[in-house]
Design a binder for this molecule. Structure first.
Ligand code: ATP
Ligand code: MG
Length: 554
């Protein structure tokens, strides 16, 4: 039907609405639970915006929780970067910033409860023996000889584990479930291990630490999380999640829902690979604009709006697939198209002299900031006898259909006059160093001149007024067509992923640009003032994306 309003809900929304209708929950709470062991990337952005969006949609709450139960690799630096990234994305946890390590006491109590219910036992098997006893996908596991210890004995031994009586690996606490379960995760999984490690939050208070599969459902339950959304690789862990919250008898226990991870073509998302690129010095830190960490996307010039739009277009699904990087580019172009000024920048300057223009004259041309959005107003751009144009806009011997400058040809200088190429100068290497033109005063832009037409319009900057700048052009860091990985499992890097142009000239309106300002450089693409390296003495711009794309929104 033509006028039917399509209210398509994703599968998670359908679950939530059914739960609310059935009275399973009287509220909705979601959370984002990163491990502080690296920077967030575009995939995490999807998870953050999904969880935050659901909480908002159902008048619920969105919690921020650092999953810092594993003391080995967590760093405070990551805690700060993660918070900054989430704020920047626009997800608001209000006053609900939590650390899983704050729940260690409750987790310990939960373990005691399970022991008292006869649902957990202390096991003396080594890690290797536990693995052997676990069985395989085809064969059931074997019960541990320590499985039938009495509750009293288990309480005493677990107490001893906590008190530091045993060495790392000497004893573990295990759930007593079913060694014959077809799901290996249910074969008496380890809940607690002895590990003498200093924790960034709790210091040396603990020498036992809970395992992820035990800790995570408890964290969710403590916070009153209703829908615990995670990615597909945890699907087989769901029965254990349910076992934990059921045995611990939480009212309105949380439920785990899995969705497919977001993968992007031509970029690197895995923390492991990004870490290696950073450590090997191949990229300039976690925020190198060629990466898709959130910090990198921000530095490159992507906006929170563009990322939100992208995530929305990706949708939520149950099966893994890769999204074309071009879709992300589409989203940023759409966001910047009508909201950013269109300015002139010359990437590879070559001097153009207008021989018949008065030496000292300067005209300030009134130029609209965005021809498609008159609300953006206008600015003055200086025009005078000596200009710079882009080297690729001149050819000594042009091929057919080249409508830009060449000897004898006339073009429009954007926003200004028609100029005709009269001659040019070369240096001893044969490189063109200067182009000489004449202009026609009758052809000034905006005066309604209709006398004759030209086929080409080129951009320029005034040599006397332009500001020097460094411009960085980026390409995808890996080329998916060649395969992301080579035969040795190393990333197949694109050698041209970064091009640094040091001698660019930009119009004077960019002289006082601030970090993260964004522009369209006409005919070139969208650019962003680099937030790390750009200073008033040394302007640096990143190309976010070029103007054209083959990507079409279906
Ligand atoms: P990675 O290994 O890709 O760096 P991770 O899963 O180790 O990611 P965590 O800090 O454990 O990172 O993840 C925090 C949350 O983000 C989890 O709920 C996880 O499911 C989700 N997440 C991680 N990667 C993606 C992705 N590519 N797409 C969607 N969600 C993701
Ligand atoms: Mg992880």
């Amino acid at each position: 039907m033509e006028n039917e309003v399509v209210d398509s809900k994703n599968f998670i929304e359908q679950i939530i609405e059914k739960d609310l209708a059935d009275g399973v929950y009287d509220h909705v709470t979601t959370r984002f639970p990163p491990e502080p062991n690296g920077y967030l990337h575009i995939g995490h952005a999807k998870s953050i915006l999904l969880n935050y969006g659901l909480a908002k949609k159902y008048n619920g709450k969105f919690n921020m929780r650092f999953d810092d139960t594993n003391p080995t690799k967590e760093r405070s630096e990551f805690v700060e970067s993660i918070k900054a990234d989430i704020k920047w994305l626009g997800a608001d946890w209000e006053d609900r910033l939590f650390f899983a390590s704050d729940y260690f006491d409750q987790m310990y109590e939960a373990a005691i409860k399970l022991i008292k219910k006869g649902k957990a036992y202390v096991c003396d098997l080594s890690a290797e023996e536990i693995r052997e006893y676990r069985g395989t996908l085809k064969e059931p596991g074997k019960e541990s000889p320590y499985r039938n210890r009495t509750i009293e004995e288990n309480l005493e031994l677990f107490e001893g584990m906590k008190a530091g009586k045993y060495n790392d690996g000497e004893k573990v606490l295990r759930a007593k479930i079913d060694m014959a379960s077809p799901n290996i995760n249910m074969r008496d999984p380890v809940l607690y291990r002895v590990a003498r490690m200093t924790h960034h939050n709790t210091g040396d208070k603990w020498c036992i630490y809970p395992m992820y599969d035990f800790a995570h459902p408890i964290e969710d339950a403590i916070e009153g999380v209703t829908h615990s959304i995670c990615t597909l690789e945890f699907e087989d862990h769901r029965p254990l999640y349910e076992w934990v919250v059921t045995e611990l008898e939480y009212p309105q226990p949380p439920k785990q829902i899995e969705f497919a991870k977001l993968y992007l073509t031509n970029v690197v998302t895995g923390k492991r690979y990004i870490k290696k690129l950073v450590e090997d010095g191949i990229v300039d830190g976690w925020d190198d604009p060629r990466l898709v960490s959130i910090a990198a996307l921000r530095r490159r010039g992507f906006t929170p709006e563009s990322i939100r739009k992208f995530v929305e277009l990706c949708g939520v699904s149950k099966s893994n697939s890769s999204v074309d990087y071009a879709m992300l580019e589409y989203c940023i172009r759409e966001d910047l198209k009508l909201t950013k000024p269109r300015v002139m920048a010359v990437l590879d300057p070559i001097k153009l002299v207008i021989d018949n223009y008065p030496d000292d004259k300067v005209e300030y041309l009134e130029v609209e900031n965005n021809q498609e959005n008159p609300d953006m107003g206008s600015r003055k751009v200086a025009f005078c006898k000596e200009l710079y144009i882009d080297r690729e806009d001149f050819m000594e011997e042009p091929p057919k259909k080249y409508f830009r400058l060449f000897p004898g040809n006339e073009v429009r200088l954007m926003h200004a006059y028609f100029v005709k190429c009269e001659s040019f100068i070369k240096d001893e290497t044969g490189k063109v160093t200067e182009i000489h033109c004449t202009y026609d005063p009758e052809t000034k832009c905006g005066t309604g001149f209709t006398g004759r037409k030209v086929k080409g319009t080129i951009h320029w900057v005034s040599a006397r007024h332009a500001v020097p700048a460094e411009i960085r052009l980026y390409e995808n860091i890996v080329d998916e067509e060649k395969g992301k990985l080579d035969e040795n499992g190393n990333l197949n890097l694109n050698p041209n992923s970064l091009t640094v142009l040091k001698n660019c000239m930009v119009e004077e309106s960019l002289a006082d640009t601030k970090p993260e300002d964004k522009f369209q450089f006409v005919r070139q693409g969208y650019f962003c003032t680099d937030m790390k390296d750009s200073t008033s003495d040394n302007l640096v711009f990143n190309r976010i994306v070029s103007l054209k794309s083959s990507f079409k929104l279906k």
